[in-house]
Design a protein around this ligand. Structure first.
Ligand SMILES: Cc1cc2nc3c(=O)[nH]c(=O)nc-3n(C[C@H](O)[C@H](O)[C@H](O)COP(=O)(O)OP(=O)(O)OC[C@H]3O[C@@H](n4cnc5c(N)ncnc54)[C@H](O)[C@@H]3O)c2cc1C
Length: 183
């Protein structure tokens, strides 16, 4: 039997700092991602004594900021946006006193092989729908286009379905997988 991964150290919910476990506990929240933090906060607001266990040395999961290369600004490195269809996240951000910034209406750019390029407009999960479209060519070059176009003629059995990246690599080649799907 595979042993369960070890549980992390307790975190003080309001401050996010490591904490001593309290004598009495009403609820244990495992995982200090956004889901665990919101759950723990809701329970604390209901007057419960909560312990939050986090395996890594920081809370937030993929919601995290940090430096990127030599850029002189701090960036969102993981999750950086939220859907504005409902009000749950905006209400929470307001309660927490966070500034919400509307994204600039610019296209997304990718960076690979030492240069930046606009991510192609037409496609699914980075998989281009038209491999020879000009914006795809700019991203993966002619060799990449030629390899990706082979997808149209390769027999169906040429498909490694281990995971999405491997499937794309086997059907459309390394450049599509590494430059368009991996980002
Ligand atoms: C690169 C990236 C970009 C994303 N961008 C967006 C975006 O822009 N907008 C958006 O809405 N969503 C985005 N998502 C999805 C979003 O980040 C997730 O939906 C969200 O983080 C899920 O929250 P969660 O609390 O359920 O899990 P997570 O945030 O994954 O948190 C799980 C936590 O549990 C901890 N943990 C795991 N195992 C244990 C254990 N055994 N004991 C203790 N702790 C443990 C982990 O360390 C982690 O901190 C993105 C995801 C990724 C990976």
């Amino acid at each position: 039997m595979t042993p369960l991964p070890p549980l992390g150290a307790p975190v003080d919910v309001p401050s996010g700092r490591p904490a001593r476990p309290p004598e009495h506990v009403d609820a244990v929240v495992v995982g200090g991602g956004i889901g665990g933090l919101v759950a723990a906060r809701t329970l604390v607001h209901r007057g419960l004594q909560v312990v939050l266990l986090e395996a890594s040395d920081r809370v937030g999961g993929p919601v995290r900021g940090g430096a990127f290369g030599s850029l002189p600004v701090r960036l969102d490195l993981g999750a950086e946006s939220f859907a504005a269809r409902g009000t749950a996240v905006t209400d929470l951000a307001e309660e927490l006193g966070l500034d919400v910034v509307s994204p600039a209406p610019l296209s997304a750019w990718g960076y690979a092989a030492g240069r930046a390029f606009p991510l192609p407009k037409a496609g699914v999960l980075g998989i281009p729908s038209v491999p020879w479209a000009p914006d795809v060519r700019r991203a993966i070059g002619w060799p990449g286009v030629a390899r990706a176009a082979l997808d149209r003629v390769l027999p169906r059995f040429v498909a490694d379905t281990t995971d999405l990246g491997t499937l794309v690599r086997s059907r459309l080649g390394r450049r599509v997988a590494d430059r368009l799907v991996a980002p």
